[in-house]
Design a protein around this ligand. Sequence first.
Ligand code: GLN
Length: 341
Amino acid sequence: MTDEVEQEVSTGSLPVWDQVERLAQEAHARARGHDEGVVADYIPVLAEADPSLFGVCVAEARGGPVHAVGDAAVEFSVQSISKAFVYALVCEEHGHEMVRDRVGVNNTGLSFNSVIAVELNDGHPMNPMVNAGALATTALVPGASSAERWEHVRTGLSRFAGRRLELDGVVYRSESATNTRNKAIARLLQSYGRIDLDPLEVVDVYTRQCALRVSARDLAVMGATLADGGVNPVTGERVVSGQVCRDTLAVLAATGMYERSGEWLFEIGLPAKSGVSGGIVAIAPGKGAIGTFSPRVDPAGNSVRGRLATAYLSRALGLNVFASSAQPSVQRGADASGRRA
Ligand code: GLN
């Protein structure tokens, strides 16, 4: 599994700048009228979000300014989308194998905060994008104390975004006062010997990471860093290795949209991660990323308008990683050596 080959890159490129700009606007216009879904309220303060907000942003992996439409600069708490980037930081620290064995890479088929999923798998958290696996991942963040681990997360996610991300204290306190289920999951993992640290301290760092403030534009740049082999295309800084990007995107493809991951991949064909506050980031390796924000979410916790806008852009920009067309330059009927029969 560890055999390395020299080059492993996604093929193709984005359309020209003006066309991406126009299609980003079109994606926003097409999805804007949809008001299905509900604003999440199990974290009390999230219920206060304005459901009319809607931002779309495309960041190109090759750098330069981004394509931002609508409320792309409005900030909201990153929530579960943090799981993808903390996972990347932890993979960078501990490597492919250790994280795969400890946290796992398989979909649970159950909701993001499922306790049963942990029980059904002998205490294995299964994957880093559900709460159990995210807690197990946050427990692997380097640092001698919770404060150091939190700082590692905050600075790491800020490097992905290319600017200093701040904690939303109101969201943090609201979730801290109500996250008994996450505390129960962390205790359950402890009972199975799956986390070595104090479970409540791990939950605290996790709750902070979920309360970092980002915009749709930030999500696009963070995603474009994963699309760009780990180099932030706006700042030029290397944040993680190319291998870590590949590992993270594979996990996102399998699990990033929770129990809807298969359906998402079937319809949209991009690794992606959603958060219950209404953000989605979708990544096209080698090309760029789409960040969207709109607070109304479907029953799995995925933003409805974000899904529609991303689906449109995946198609219109030619991003689906499974899509191919016959290469006109290849001569049909050639034998294995490339010679025509
Ligand atoms: N902080 C939230 C939680 O742990 C994140 C959930 C989400 O975005 N799906 O419940």
